[in-house]
Ligand binder design. Structure first.
Ligand SMILES: *Cc1c(COP(=O)(O)O)cnc(C)c1O
Length: 382
């Protein structure tokens, strides 16, 4: 058994990044400023996006975008139930109705086939998730959204560095990234809004800082007027320079992180073929680069009493951490009680929600750690 605990995720922070954060702290300007601006430009450049707005989280980005789109009571937004709860909460908090699309059983992603029948007169947006670092099949969803004149919002919290048919996620359309500590690139907490719609970028920039046309940095450093006026009520979702400078360092290492994650994932793929009660996800066959944010398996044991939760507890006893991404939103207590879903409509979502489990995967892991995880899995299931 391992003598030290192996978490399922751990950020990789370099000494140079720590020093860069310390430098910002000594500089006299620690909130949104030149580093946030540089991070926005570097990230937009990396994705090939027309522009980017740095934010305090992806959840903040989703709140701003749904607000900018005017989504509210009477509107419907189509999203998988198998997503992080923040999306569903926001739709609900704005008074709109989340409409859950089922996912494909082995990719955990929605498709145009699962989304199309849910589109109604009330539908305002579709929010697919690029799950675990694989890209969703965007072309068909883009056509569907365009034909119905509804917004397509890419939830790319798992997909910094993911590529779809030769284009980087974030390059086209409207996309939101997360830099929470478990994500492929972190700045403690943070997010990035990318869009090819210049007007929308301007709107998000304004909404993220009280609805002012300018922020404190613009006023102090760029000589813009301290008399700037509120153009509409906004929020307070800006990213600090302390966080942004960490993001800049991480972005320069992102491709290296993905390379390492890919090696680790390929080793899991190879070793887990021998374990028939463990079902890894299947990667899409269209051209792509997988960013391997998560290594998700489904625990489908035939043994009496061995289920996903028991499996996770048994691995923990062997000093191996795991995670759940995600428990289906419609199975959370609040949503069960306030908007119960008709039986049998979200079959693949429910099947996976009971079985899925994320195994350890992070850049500072070694291939020998993967071997130990798989050995422990075999013992647990024996
Ligand atoms: C992490 C995550 C989010 C939220 O990101 P935050 O930066 O924590 O707000 C949204 N969607 C998905 C799929 C996520 O995994």
């Amino acid at each position: 058994m391992r003598s030290t605990f192996l978490p399922f995720s751990k950020p990789s922070i370099s000494e140079a990044e720590i020093e860069a954060v310390a430098e910002v702290m000594r500089s006299g300007w620690i909130t949104t400023g030149s580093k946030a601006l540089a991070f926005e430009q570097a990230f937009a450049n990396y994705c090939g996006a027309q522009g980017a707005v740095a934010l305090s989280s992806a959840t903040a980005g989703m709140h701003l975008l749904l607000t900018a789109l005017g989504i509210g009571p009477g509107d419907e937004v189509i999203t998988p139930s198998l997503t992080w709860i923040s999306t569903v909460n926001l739709i609900r908090l704005l008074g709109a109705t989340p409409i859950f699309a089922d996912v494909e059983r082995d990719t955990l992603m929605v498709s145009s086939e699962t989304v199309a029948p849910l589109i109604s007169e009330q539908t305002k947006a579709i929010i697919p998730v690029h799950f675990a670092g694989a890209p969703v099949e965007l072309d068909a969803l883009r056509q569907l959204a365009a034909a119905s004149q509804i917004s397509l919002i890419g939830d790319a919290a798992h997909a910094a560095g993911t590529e779809y048919r030769g284009e980087r996620i974030g390059h086209r359309g409207t996309t939101i990234f997360s830099f929470h500590p478990i994500k492929n690139l972190t700045c403690g907490e943070g997010g990035m809004f990318c869009s090819d719609d210049a007007e929308m970028l301007e709107h998000i920039r304004r909404l993220k800082f009280h609805g002012l046309g300018v922020d404190a940095f613009d006023r102090t450093m760029q000589g813009r007027s301290p008399q700037a006026e509120v153009l509409e009520p906004g929020f307070k979702y800006n990213l600090t320079d302390m966080a942004a400078v960490l993001g800049l360092g991480q972005l320069s290492r992102l491709d290296g992180f993905i390379e390492k994650r890919t090696q680790l994932a390929e080793r899991y793929n190879k070793l887990l073929v021998e374990v028939d009660e463990i079902l890894p996800l299947i990667t899409p066959t269209y051209p792509m680069r997988h960013a391997w944010h998560l290594y998700v398996v489904r625990v489908d044991s035939k043994h009496e009493g061995m289920d996903r939760d028991r499996f996770m507890a048994a691995l923990k006893e062997k000093n191996i951490g795991t995670g759940i991404h995600f428990k289906a939103a419609h199975l959370q207590r609040y949503y069960r009680e306030t908007m119960p879903q008709p039986q049998g409509t979200l079959k693949n979502t429910e099947w996976n929600s009971a079985r899925l489990c994320s195994l350890p995967l992070f850049p500072d892991m070694e291939l020998s750690d993967v071997d130990e995880v798989v050995a422990a899995i075999k013992e647990v299931l024996a």
